[in-house]
Design a protein around this ligand. Structure first.
Ligand code: TXA
Ligand code: MG
Length: 314
């Protein structure tokens, strides 16, 4: 079943049904090395999921759940290893969506990756899931629970908690500053390794991910998003014919709005008559949610414009 969450729609299966878990990997064409996040509706559902619940996890969960924060913790021995791709840890979160919370209260924990084919753009509306899995939905293999557009629009922040250190494995809906503020409020002296300093990633968070079907270029124009871009030069650099047409997405200056619309705009551009997509970022970007947005753009893009030094290396 496809379920709405505040971040993106998920393709969910009960953790106690191995055949259903297996079918998620099959339907998504997802490699078995990429572990699934388990979604819960109440803290009691952590029983049988995690082997430890350290005070640090409790502090962060009480500040951010329900919400876009996934905690990676030692897994309970009884949890199906297919869910965690054989890892000794499991990612858990409590999503902030009333329909899905109600569902999980009755089904028990649900393992759910984003409801898209592997490597493709995540869905933030029920109709995106429909586009992505038209055949499987027509066959009755997937049912979609329509909970409206996702509020946050980018995936959850995935963090690993070590003894006195937190590593952000994937930037997302909860910012590093929010995590630090919470730790400070608790009087905890914990180091937070942010993605800029720590290039270690979740197993499935690959260099190419979140991609629309058409080539995407992101442009960090430090002067102004009003400056015209040489779209012909960009098309040529992508190896497209001179007549190739671009569609230009200018992201909102408010990162919450930019994140909410991001994947919908990718999909609209994919459906347009354009041959390639250019995404322009506003000049006034501070950290916070922009880390998650630029992380997704980097992975979704073929190219950054203006060209970076590394793009010139043959
Ligand atoms: O917002 C979200 O997190 C959405 C919604 C549906 O909850 N889910 C989502 O799932 O984005 P998915 O599968 O597309 O991405 C989850 C990522 C995986 O690629 C994996 O890298 C990481 O979370 N992950 C899951 N379990 C992990 C573990 N035990 N250790 C490290 N990373 C893990
Ligand atoms: Mg995904």
């Amino acid at each position: 079943m496809a379920i709405p969450t505040e971040t993106v729609y998920g393709l969910a299966a009960r953790i106690d049904l191995p055949a259903a878990i297996q079918s998620i990997f099959t339907l998504k064409e997802r490699p078995s090395f990429d572990p699934l996040i388990v979604h819960i509706a109440e803290l009691e559902q952590l029983k049988g999921l995690v082997a430890e619940w350290p005070p640090l996890a409790d502090a962060l969960a009480s500040a951010s759940w329900p919400g876009p924060l996934t905690l990676v913790l030692p897994k309970h021995p009884s949890l199906n290893p297919a869910i965690t791709s054989g890892l000794e840890t499991v990612g858990v979160r409590m999503p902030d969506h009333p329909l899905t919370l109600e569902l999980i209260r009755s089904t028990g924990p649900l393992a759910a990756p984003s409801a898209n084919k592997f490597g493709h753009t995540s869905p933030t509306r029920a109709e995106h899931v429909q586009q992505e899995f038209a055949r499987e939905i027509a066959n009755g293999d997937i049912i979609v629970l329509d909970g409206g557009p996702s509020e946050v629009g980018v995936e959850s922040t995935v963090i690993r908690i070590a003894s006195n250190r937190i590593e952000i494995l994937r930037p997302g809906g909860v910012t590093a500053d929010q995590i630090k503020a919470r730790l400070a409020a608790e009087g905890l002296n914990t180091e937070v390794e942010t993605p800029e300093r720590n290039d270690q990633r979740s197993p499935g968070h690959l260099e190419h991910h979140y991609m629309p079907r058409k080539p995407l270029v992101w442009s960090l124009d430090e002067t102004s998003t009003q400056t015209p871009l040489d779209t012909t030069a960009i098309g040529r650099r992508l190896g497209l014919p001179a007549a190739a047409k671009a569609t230009v997405i200018v992201l909102n200056e408010d990162p919450r709005l930019a994140a909410r619309e991001l994947y919908h705009l990718f999909r609209e551009a994919d459906c347009s008559t354009a041959d390639f997509i250019i995404v322009r970022l506003p000049r006034s970007r501070k950290d916070g949610l922009w880390s998650a947005i630029t992380d997704r753009l980097k992975r979704a893009a073929q190219l950054q414009w203006p060209l970076q030094r590394s793009d010139h290396i043959p």
